[in-house]
Design a protein around this ligand. Sequence first.
Ligand code: ADP
Ligand code: MG
Length: 213
Amino acid sequence: MKLFELLYSDRVEALHKAAKTDPTKHVKGAGTMAFVYQHNDDHQLDRVERISLSADPHTAFMQFIIDNNVKNPYLPRCFGKSDSNGIVQSTMERLVPFANPNVATVELVRNLCGKWFQYHISHPLETQMDENTTQFECAEYISNIIHDAITSDPDDLIQDPVLLEAIKIIRIVMKSSRSFVADITSENIMWRIAGGVPHLVITDPINTTGAYA
Ligand SMILES: Nc1ncnc2c1ncn2[C@@H]1O[C@H](COP(=O)(O)OP(=O)(O)O)[C@@H](O)[C@H]1O
Ligand SMILES: [Mg+2]
């Protein structure tokens, strides 16, 4: 049995299946631990509900953000969180997948690289990204660098002090359990599209090596 089959419990799977056929809910995405839906309600277009087991490291990540009143724009905003019998429902801001071709052009990502990363990282990336680069490839490049920054020396890779602070917060949460490991993939970085220019958000940075049912 694969690890994610233990993590994505039968109870979460049952709720996911029910949400997919519920006309009041619009499922936006699902990963190995959680699914995310939006209420079909015009007043809630800016937010989504994320459902997972409370043992999902995302719970500790959100709790840290709530407890410390973190307002870092590179981290997701949480409007509320409830835990019922080990199932956590977090109300979060609605974000858009990084690889969504309608959101950020490769040109925009190239420009942002110079803001986010130290020159020795951004310069080769800017050279590598051209009109043939896909948004998915951009997401892979950017998520790999953020993963490296979390697991090695963030000061050496990151230039933007606000992104650096976000990465240091993730590193603090990771230290709260020996089973937590960094998990920055192309699907765990997203865009906030409120306002003018899309803004990078690291949504789901931590996985666990521990199995739980
Ligand atoms: N805030 C959000 N707004 C819209 N969709 C989201 C949001 N957060 C996550 N998603 C979608 O749901 C998927 C699963 O969420 P995620 O938090 O990454 O859980 P998992 O631990 O299962 O990977 C994401 O890959 C993404 O497609
Ligand atoms: Mg994920």
